[in-house]
Design a protein around this ligand. Structure first.
Ligand code: FDA
Length: 397
């Protein structure tokens, strides 16, 4: 007979959201067990931000999140702000810096953030159980969670098992399975913040530019980002593309029609103006020279080669200028969960209280972090959602 342990709160998943929820609940005197499948907590934190953890963003606003309900995240984000997490980071003496666009990174390795969270868990008497293989979750008058060697009982269970991104470090669909078990609706999960794949002529035109990057604006479905994009051997990546991928992935307006993404290669610049001066020659070479003032030479040359008009009349130059500011790509897919930083979609916010993250129809059951249909832009927003939703649940249980 497996031993039975009784707690006030069970948190399943010791990632960013689960650790924060456990800390907040433990600080309030709740007896908390944090059940983690992996052999160590916070694995995704360790690999985040290129190993430096972009732990929040100074400019965090509800507009930085995708969700079927754009209002859902507002309450939690307002009650646990970037300043709250920064205060925690400073209390633990962790040095950090703003890299760009409000993105805060550790100066040192990301394990400082995991250590911070584990220190806070210890201070809040959270019991962390690693290697917990959860076999069943049942509910009668309370919840019962069965692992390979124990039974845990508590009146509240917080599901913080994240999304499907990066299966090789242990991502599972556990949270969605629990949602289905309790008849909680799910919005179809999909890879987000993910490189896009080009095929056919688009791939042939640009594949040999692998590694070349450029600052651009990229637009899809009325969303625009101004950041760097990068050519890869399979297609497009870099911050601009990762950001727009979350929107590109949205269901297309008509079946089988891929939304184009539109690149402006030199925003707000009159690229071909030098060719309009009377002394300047008008040909492919002068067009390349003009574009090289804004882009790496190989990329500038390739764009002109692909788009060069047969004549260089005023009308043709105006057309080329327009094309360079609205260059369409039609990706045929994404690089999938293996490369996606996050999973968009997830447990429907319709089913949850925006104040507490508790399921409206299943009292005592909570969902937080990436498993919920709230997905941040690139730049520290996903951790801020993990902290904020974790704090909301941890303060309510
Ligand atoms: P998370 O996935 O972190 O944690 C879930 C936990 O549940 C894991 O520990 C997992 O092992 C556990 N688990 C899963 N199934 C289980 C089961 N059946 N039983 C028990 N435990 C189970 N964001 C950001 O804001 N800034 C950044 O710098 C980065 N960088 C970044 C880099 C890379 C490479 C990736 C893949 C992602 C990022 N992100 C990011 C995104 C960020 O890491 C992510 O949004 C959060 O970690 C989500 O936190 P959660 O706690 O919700 O899930």
């Amino acid at each position: 007979m497996n031993p039975t342990h009784t707690f006030d709160v069970l948190v399943i998943g010791a990632g960013a959201a689960g650790l924060m929820a456990a800390i907040e609940a433990g600080r309030r005197g709740r007896r908390v067990a944090l059940l983690e499948r992996a052999d160590r907590p916070g694995k995704k934190i360790l690999i985040s931000g290129g190993g430096r953890c972009n732990f929040t963003n100074l400019h965090c606003r509800p507009e930085n999140f995708l969700s079927a309900n754009p209002h859902f995240a507002k309450s939690a984000l307002a009650r646990y702000t970037p300043a709250d997490f920064i205060a925690l980071v400073e209390r633990h003496g962790i040095c950090y810096h703003e890299k760009t666009l409000g993105q805060l990174f550790c100066d040192g390795p990301a394990d400082q953030i995991v250590n911070l969270l584990l220190t806070e868990c210890a201070a809040a008497n959270v019991r962390i159980v690693l290697g917990a293989d959860i076999r069943a979750v049942r509910r009668d008058d309370t919840f019962e969670v069965t692992t390979q060697n124990s039974i845990y009982r508590a009146p509240a269970v917080i599901i913080a098992t994240g999304g499907l991104s990066i299966p090789k470090i242990g991502a599972t669909g556990f949270g969605y399975d629990i949602a289905r078990q309790f008849n909680i609706p799910i919005r179809e999960p999909r890879p987000a913040l993910v490189p896009l794949i080009l095929t056919g002529a688009e791939h042939a035109n640009f594949a040999d530019l692998t590694g070349i990057s450029a600052p651009v604006t990229v637009t899809c479905l009325k969303r625009t980002f101004r950041e760097k994009m990068l050519f890869t051997h399979r297609g497009l990546s870099g911050p601009a593309i990762l950001q727009i991928s979350s929107y590109w992935n949205a269901p297309p307006p008509a079946p089988n029609i891929s939304d184009p993404i539109i690149i402006d290669w030199a925003p707000n610049q009159n690229i071909l103006a030098p060719l309009l001066q009377s002394a300047a020659g008008r040909n492919g070479n002068t067009a390349k020279v003009a574009l090289r003032a804004h882009l790496p030479a190989r990329l500038a040359d390739r764009l002109v080669d692909v788009a060069a008009p047969t004549s260089f009349t005023n009308h043709a130059l105006a057309d080329l200028e327009r094309r360079l500011h609205a260059w369409p790509f039609a990706p045929t897919g994404t690089e999938g969960y293996e490369k996606a930083e996050v999973t968009a979609g997830g447990v429907s916010t319709d089913a949850l209280s925006a104040q507490t993250m508790e399921c409206r129809n299943v009292p005592g059951l909570y969902f937080i972090g990436e498993v919920v249909d709230v997905t941040g832009h690139l730049g520290g927003f996903n951790f801020q959602w993990a902290w904020a939703s974790g704090a909301a649940a941890g303060r309510a249980v």
